[in-house]
Design a protein around this ligand. Sequence first.
Ligand code: NAG
Length: 242
Amino acid sequence: MYLRYWLPLMVSVSLASGECDLTTRSDSVVPGNVTGVSCQEDQTPDMTSSRCAIRCHAALDCRAAIAVCSSSACFCTHCADIFNIDFVAVGVESHLKGRVFVEYLAFPPARQISIPNGLSVGQVIRVRVKLASDSTSLKLLSQENAFTAFLIDFRFYSKSIVRNSNVQGWGLEERSKPHFNFSPGQEINVLYIVRSTEYVVYIDSVQFFVFEHREHDLHSIQTFSIDSIGTAGSLIFIFISD
Ligand SMILES: *[C@@H]1O[C@H](CO)[C@@H](O)[C@H](O)[C@H]1NC(C)=O
């Protein structure tokens, strides 16, 4: 029962191994506490974690369902916008509403994925990517792909993660980061939260940096692009909030 309701609603990817272990799926479930904006409690009787997620899916203004469960019951909150994710919170599981757009796409060549209706505040983008041998660049493109609104470039030769934009020419590079413990061929999760004034970016559940918006027309950012120098990069999946 659980699977039958759950799968078509929250997960649009094919299952490989571990079909029943939905709690470890990395696309729509985050083991952490989402802090949202415009949140309300859902106090339906017999609340479970999956029911909390399903009811979020059916609701118009819900992008995240947060379930805090004890042995007797779950406390369910629905939020329209995502502001923050506390990945170390215990006893709480958050479900993100959205879709997986592509899976297992090798690059180079550069790959582009359309973001329906462009970006909006409160949205999350999650990508799982296998880093290429030399450098891997993730870009958000705006104005019919004429501009790079936000570049994240992983460079092994300098052990750097360079962020920049090319809106009216290339801007200032930002390079601060907590660490660079990555190796070529490694799979990592990159999660963007789109806030009103900046992006917050987590890599494997660690907040790595924020990047203030330089392209302020978020709606015009309608393409995600991924490319690399070197071999063996692949986009395992991209998940975008509705
Ligand atoms: C989750 O976050 C909310 C809002 O920040 C907070 O009130 C709540 O205590 C947190 N819950 C857990 C279990 O960490």
